[in-house]
Design a protein around this ligand. Structure first.
Ligand SMILES: *[C@@H]1O[C@H](CO)[C@@H](O)[C@H](O)[C@H]1NC(C)=O
Ligand SMILES: *[C@@H]1O[C@H](CO)[C@@H](O)[C@H](O)[C@H]1NC(C)=O
Ligand SMILES: [Zn+2]
Length: 531
């Protein structure tokens, strides 16, 4: 019976039944979509694209290097477990593989057979220099659009490339307008496109006017904001007023649900400080900006995080930007141990300089919060070593030179911000060697954890399938901190002429050489906008 039924029924023929035909095409498209999606997630599509790019004789790579496939060979390839002899195999924009041997192994014999099997690939031997993940700077002020005369994406990211940074994330101020809506974020991206030497992302801003407006925050996220930033104290920018703790509490559940970080400038200022004093005196400046401001803000934020019971998506953390007062570290460590989603950042100038170094009237050092004592600095280093301080970021905050008030040295009137993007690596590397902080922790703080903070899944580590974002630096040679090699638009910086070990030899952004010590910064501007 069954058999008979089958033979009497015409099998469906594609093309005869238009509905079935359409359904079949639709299903095939869905399957193809799923396959492509899975390949993208797994990086297979990137790998195939990179292969095609490397083999295509007509495509020339962006940047200073003509090779599309190469090996970066050194005695010090930086991994989470230490620095070892070996090589990083780069094809197109990605890392194909990372191979290391035991300490003391011969790096050239390690790479030999792989190089022979890949005759197209160039072998670039950097000897004892370090081959490390490119630095990811989550705190820069590039001032595009509207204040390009303060810095701008072009010179700012050229300084980044020269300094070994491969990704920078721009703050929602001090551009004009500030970035507090999706429209403003799109405007910033449009003004930055094609001008960036390194990969460039942006934070959105939360201010009193949008803190209770979830639609605006979600729209900023859709427009590409990697997270959000607020100030608890006046920012110095009209378009970026500070929020109250209530505003933070109102915005918090929305940011949590978006699974992105909420970065906060944590100082709560009060009027209970001595007035008057000598405007040139750095000691008086410190008294007007006591550590108490930071203590109140950080404690209030921890409290708020503890009380807010709304759920959060992975990727969220409340992120304290540029922590200065190291006496807060035990409380921060305890809050993290409690399981609160909290991350902490400090800046290289707090790790390098101390208030004892700052001469009265030397307003190059003016920043908020201010640089504190040498003892405090050592406390910060302990926080970097044990990971309570997750991230180091430059807080590159330039201004036109006249705003630094160098002529009269008035700390009460000088712009509060330090320009030092280009010296991020030597400033922290030199200090790390002196204190025995190992290279793996330093690059965890400068690359892996910043990538995690900003949700950059394929950056921050030397690992197969990751973007080939790499810095090569000589750990012994001095960085050139002279004015001639400085790429910042304005040359005023407290790093001027400071002797720091850690000279950047080459910077690669997704396999493209954007800087070399011999050739300088590439004129090509190979960076792209993230996400
Ligand atoms: C901003 O900070 C100032 C100074 O601390 C404070 O008086 C003001 O109330 C803050 N703004 C808001 C919205 O809380
Ligand atoms: C680096 O130092 C950290 C502490 O700062 C330690 O936990 C880690 O094991 C060290 N790693 C290596 C490779 O020595
Ligand atoms: Zn800043």
């Amino acid at each position: 019976m069954a058999r008979k039924e089958i033979t009497t029924k015409e099998p469906p023929v594609l093309g005869q039944d238009p509905r079935r035909f359409a359904l079949s095409i639709f299903l095939q498209a869905v399957v193809l979509g799923i396959v492509v999606y899975q390949m993208r997630q797994g990086g297979t599509l990137t790998a195939i694209t990179n292969y095609a790019q490397a083999l295509n004789p007509w495509s020339t790579p962006c940047g200073l290097l003509p090779h599309k496939e190469f090996f970066l060979v050194s005695d010090n390839v930086v991994l989470p477990s230490g620095a070892f002899p070996g090589y990083v195999h780069v094809r197109g924009q990605s890392i194909v593989s990372v191979t290391t041997g035991r300490p003391g192994a011969d790096r050239l014999s390690l790479v030999k057979w792989r190089a022979e099997a890949n005759p197209r690939a160039a072998v670039m031997d950097y000897g004892p220099a370090y081959v490390a993940p490119g630095l990811i700077d989550v705190h820069v002020h590039l001032n595009t659009p509207g204040r390009d005369d303060w810095e701008g994406v072009g010179p700012g990211t050229a300084a980044a490339a020269a300094g070994g940074l491969t990704t920078v994330i721009d703050m929602p101020l001090n551009s004009d307008p500030c970035t507090v809506s999706a429209k403003e974020l799109r405007g910033k991206r449009a003004a930055s496109r094609g001008n960036t030497e390194v990969d460039l992302g942006a934070w959105g801003g939360i201010v009193p006017a949008n803190a209770r407006d979830p639609g605006t925050l979600r729209a900023m996220r859709r427009a590409g904001a990697l997270g959000f930033k607020s100030f608890l104290s006046p920012s110095g920018m009209h378009c970026f007023p500070n929020v109250s703790l209530d505003d933070v509490a109102a915005a918090l559940p929305v940011v949590k649900a978006l699974g992105v970080p909420y970065l906060i400038h944590a100082e709560l200022v009060d009027a209970d400080v001595p007035s008057g004093g000598d405007p040139r005196s750095f000691a008086d400046f410190l008294e007007r900006r006591p550590a108490r401001f930071e203590h109140r803000a950080v404690r209030a934020l921890i409290d708020l995080l503890r009380k807010d019971s709304s759920p959060y998506e992975p990727g969220f953390s409340l992120h304290i930007v540029h922590l200065v007062s190291s006496s807060l570290l035990p409380e921060l460590a305890a809050a993290k141990a409690e399981g609160l989603p909290l991350t902490v950042e400090t800046a290289p100038h707090y790790l390098l300089f101390s208030s004892e170094d700052v001469a009265d009237g030397d307003t190059r050092f003016s920043c908020m919060p201010p640089i504190r004592s040498a003892a405090n600095r050592e406390g910060l280093w302990a926080g970097v070593a044990d990971g309570t301080i997750d991230v180091v970021a430059s807080d590159h905050s330039p201004s036109p030179p006249h705003m630094k008030r160098l002529e009269d040295g008035d700390f009460t009137a000088a712009w509060g911000g330090i320009a030092g993007l280009q010296y991020s690596l030597p400033a922290s590397w030199d200090g790390a060697i002196k204190r025995g902080v190992n290279v793996s922790r330093l690059f965890d703080a400068w690359a892996a954890r910043p990538a995690a903070l900003a949700g950059l899944a394929r950056k921050g580590k030397l690992r197969a399938g990751y973007d080939a974002d790499v810095v090569v630096f000589d750990g012994e040679e001095l960085a050139d901190t002279g004015e001639l090699e400085r790429r910042h638009r304005h040359k005023v910086t407290p790093y001027d002429g400071v002797q720091l070990r850690g000279r950047v030899l080459a910077t690669f952004v997704r396999g493209q050489m954007v800087f070399s010590a011999d050739q300088g910064v590439s004129p090509d501007r190979c960076g792209k906008l993230l996400p």
